[in-house]
Design a protein around this ligand. Sequence first.
Ligand SMILES: [Zn+2]
Length: 372
Amino acid sequence: MKGCSIDIMEKRNLTRTKIIQYLFHHPATSKSELARDLDLSMPTVLSHIGELLQDGMIAEIGEYASTGGRKAKSIGLNPSYCQSMGLVITANHLEMVLVNLKFEIQSSRRTRLKFSRNLSYCAEVSSQVRQFLADCSGNIPVLGIGVAIPGIIDPQKQLVTKSHALDLNNYSLQFLSQALPLPAYFENDANAAMLAEDPQKYQNAVYLSLNHTLGGAFCMDGKIFRGQSQKAGEFGHMILIPGGKTCYCGKSGCADAYCAASALTNGSRISLEEFLTHLLSKEPDFLCLWERYLDHLAVLVSNLRMAYDMDIILGGDVGGIFAEYPEQLMALSEKLMLDNRFDPDTSYLRTCSYKKEASAIGAAKHFFAEIC
Ligand SMILES: [Zn+2]
């Protein structure tokens, strides 16, 4: 008898989770849509929605046009129910965001802080995070802090196995975790950026994070694939040109040296915005540089498509250029069609949903899964 009641409770919890996850990806819906799309009976939907309304997690947000009888209410998540913080650590900066239950950025702050292994660094991060939360969180509870780090991370052990960007090997994150005022979750920055995307839309996809360095991630059946030693998706260090340019990892010819944003900014001598301005003014040197960049990126994307046969999302700062300028995405597509004799088109090529702060949003989202 006891076993039976546990089964009923589990089933009820599963249904609640399904409803909340549905609402994460449908900003406004109705009870009848929920019943239809999730294959639930109307009494089950009414019972759960009643509870969620009472909890304050969802709210009635409008009315559908009347079809004769009483107007149906549209419901959606209540963005003020709770929020989560995302924190990105890089060699020279901290990036902080507060994200609401609709995955919208409520506040963000970027400060200059040089990474160091000293405990004083953890104390300074803690102080800046506390200040940010005090200034921006208001009365809305913050569930936790998702921390994105450029490096190979073991989230369970809270360990950075390796980070070239921060010059770390087997660095414990426990001090930082203890210094933070809320529960912390640590994730590789490219994995976090992938997690910012809608998992319903991208059950199986490769994410290329085209920032100053090139990060990568991929998910299968809606879950990040980490590999045997947490380094799956390190596409930046696959050899693209044997014996080619020196990569910051110490090898020659890595994809990073050709396809990261730093290939366009001459290793940060100019900003990517400046590069874009020169490119859009059609200055010959910059057109030529972009052309070569697209050639290399096309080879990398084509190889990834052959290996994974999944959608490929172009993210990071350069991904933002492709999202903003469809003609540049077309130029890449044309080159891809020359390299690829297997796909009839390039509809697998996608642009990222968040041009900025994707890693911070993805890391923050971790805590929303806990309230489902
Ligand atoms: Zn490399």
